[in-house]
Design a protein around this ligand. Structure first.
Ligand SMILES: NC(=O)C1=CN([C@@H]2O[C@H](COP(=O)(O)OP(=O)(O)OC[C@H]3O[C@@H](n4cnc5c(N)ncnc54)[C@H](O)[C@@H]3O)[C@@H](O)[C@H]2O)[C@@H](O)CC1
Ligand SMILES: Nc1ncnc2c1ncn2[C@@H]1O[C@H](COP(=O)(O)OP(=O)(O)O)[C@@H](O)[C@H]1O
Ligand SMILES: [K+]
Length: 500
């Protein structure tokens, strides 16, 4: 999906909320069948645009309104001259409402899905299940879907690939893998959350005429992470500015053989616009760090007393703690000390794992402190801090990140191909511009540094995490496949340059 090009404010609604929006729109006088006609026409247009050479299509229709979209699309394709064979997964007499109208307006034969024969076709339109999928796909329908999968024919999905939960992105039983997904009114979480995102192919968002006011009225405080969400928070370089006005970030280094992670974070932070960056290293790691640092400063911080002395300098206004630092009580102590001040803290990697058995200590320190705190777990670290949320299979990644933010009092940036950022006040975004090659050792350290750089420039925590995730993704896209974390740290552009 060319998501980097998606601009604007994009609320993301769960299928349930979208259903409520549909119903509210229809109650306000909008003709539901008209919405279906526009939706179906968009699907046939997508097929004709992307597969103009196709000499035959099969359309798979399910029991609900998603199937209704399929009947409309089939009609559009047939009218455009494409031979179409339409299959229904249920007795077509069972269709109701708008879907029944769409069936009545389809002039061609309706075959049973049990008789599926794809051999004369070059494209599959998947209108089996969309927003209404509410249980795993099984039995004869699942078998027919497996036949489609093994045919390797390209699939264009109506709303969602059948079998993908629009709420969680999880596969329920089996799922079709689409090259294009045509969705309506708003994106759904399942278009972006893994594994759903991989099944959707290119997602096309179509305005079918549902009024924006209905969408706004059902806003779920969840958006796509686009620049429009936070562009007014990007730190602008000022003529009157000096290096301290751009903040001073401290990045803690591990012992002598674990210093690279801190330098990656520190280097990324300087690139991302922090005025000054100091690596804070234990005595054993001074020499190895000194050999590699120039623009970045270095200071010995070995003990609690060293940290207390450091905190006397009010200008050091933010910290990154965790990358390569080591797991243990020293890490917990440093984190608690910083949180008890008003300095910003990015707690990453070992900083998170150190609280595995005493997460409540961390959360109560955050509740008592004045500092903005950002937790940046990947899935493994998340399950150490929030084992119950990680184990609850009913929850989506968005639910988990939100509940973790609420419980911890911190902004939570839950990493992955589908990074979710959630604030304790309920706001959440899904970041979708990260290319898969960002999954390389040290990439997360760079991200922690970028967040730190924004925090010390007084960007509020939620926006700092959201901007940083986006910048990280853009740098990854720009550098291309095969990048290393060293390239990434070097390739970070300050946000005012990136988004000018
Ligand atoms: N006016 C509207 O509400 C509009 C809805 N649209 C379409 O309507 C869709 C939603 O329609 P529906 O709410 O009818 O939902 P769906 O058509 O997605 O599916 C609901 C039906 O599937 C059955 N079902 C669910 N999971 C199943 C499983 N695992 N195995 C077998 N059967 C299963 C349900 O019992 C129900 O009969 C959207 O995805 C979109 O494609 C579009 O036409 C635009 C307008
Ligand atoms: N498949 C993927 N596609 C895109 N980005 C990914 C993918 N997997 C991981 N990432 C991103 O790469 C970074 C990896 O961070 P992390 O897991 O902390 O690794 P490390 O500790 O090696 O730096 C995170 O920003 C994460 O969101
Ligand atoms: K579908």
């Amino acid at each position: 999906m060319t998501v980097s090009e998606i601009r604007g404010h994009h609320p993301i609604l769960t299928p349930k909320a979208m259903g409520e929006v549909d119903r509210a729109a229809i109650q306000s006088g909008i003709d539901g069948y008209r919405l279906m006609l526009i939706a179906g026409a968009a699907i046939s247009a997508c097929v004709l645009e992307h597969y103009p050479e196709a000499t035959g299509a099969i359309v798979l229709c399910g029991p609900g309104n998603n199937g209704g979209d399929g009947y409309v699309a089939a009609r559009g394709l047939a009218e455009a001259g494409m031979p179409v064979r339409l299959y229904s997964s249920v007795d077509p007499e069972r269709l109701k409402g708008d879907a029944a109208t769409a069936r009545d307006d389809w002039q061609g034969p309706i075959h049973s899905l049990a008789d599926l024969d794809w051999r004369d076709s070059e494209i599959v339109i998947d209108a089996l299940f969309g927003a209404g999928l509410d249980r795993p796909v099984e039995g004869a329908v699942a078998e027919a879907m497996m036949t489609v999968v093994s045919s390797e024919l390209p699939v264009v999905a109506a709303d969602l690939p059948s079998g993908v939960s629009g709420r969680t992105g999880e596969v329920q039983g089996v799922a079709l893998s689409a090259e294009h997904t045509v969705t309506f009114a708003t994106y759904k979480p399942g278009h972006f959350l893994v594994p759903g995102a991989d099944y959707c192919g290119d997602v096309h968002l179509i305005d079918i005429g549902i009024p924006q006011r209905e969408i706004d009225a059902h806003d779920q405080n969840l958006w796509l992470n686009t620049p429009e969400i936070w562009s007014d928070r990007i730190p602008e370089p000022k003529l009157s500015g000096h290096k301290y006005s751009k903040g001073h970030l401290g990045v803690f280094s591990g012992a002598f053989s674990h210093t690279g992670a801190a330098r990656l974070a520190a280097h990324s932070a300087l690139r991302a616009g922090a005025g000054l960056v100091t690596v804070l290293a234990p005595a054993s790691a001074i020499a190895s760090n000194a050999a590699h640092l120039t623009a970045i400063m270095l200071r010995n911080v070995s003990s609690d007393e060293d940290l207390d002395a450091l905190l006397q300098d009010q200008r050091m206004n933010g910290f990154v703690l965790g990358p390569g630092f080591g797991v243990g009580e020293k890490t917990c102590g440093f984190a608690r000390t910083i949180i008890s001040t008003d300095r910003a803290l990015v707690l990453d990697a070992d900083g998170l794992t150190s609280f595995k058995d005493n997460a409540e200590d961390l959360f109560s320190a955050i509740a008592d402190g004045a500092a903005p705190v950002i937790l940046t777990p990947h899935a493994g670290e998340f399950s150490r801090l929030f084992p119950d949320l990680a184990a609850d299979t009913e929850l989506s990644k968005v639910d988990r990140a939100r509940m973790a933010a609420d419980r911890s009092g911190a902004v939570v940036l839950y990493k992955g191909a589908d990074t979710v950022i959630a604030a304790p006040d309920g706001r959440a975004v899904i970041n979708v511009n990260a290319p898969p090659w960002l999954a390389t050792a040290g990439s997360g350290d760079c991200l922690a540094g970028i967040i730190g750089a924004l925090l010390v420039q007084h960007v509020p925590a939620f926006e700092a995490a959201a901007i940083a995730a986006y910048m990280h993704g853009e740098a990854g896209m720009e550098l291309g496949e095969g990048l290393t974390a060293d390239d990434l740290a070097d390739g970070i552009l300050s946000p005012s340059v990136l988004f000018e």
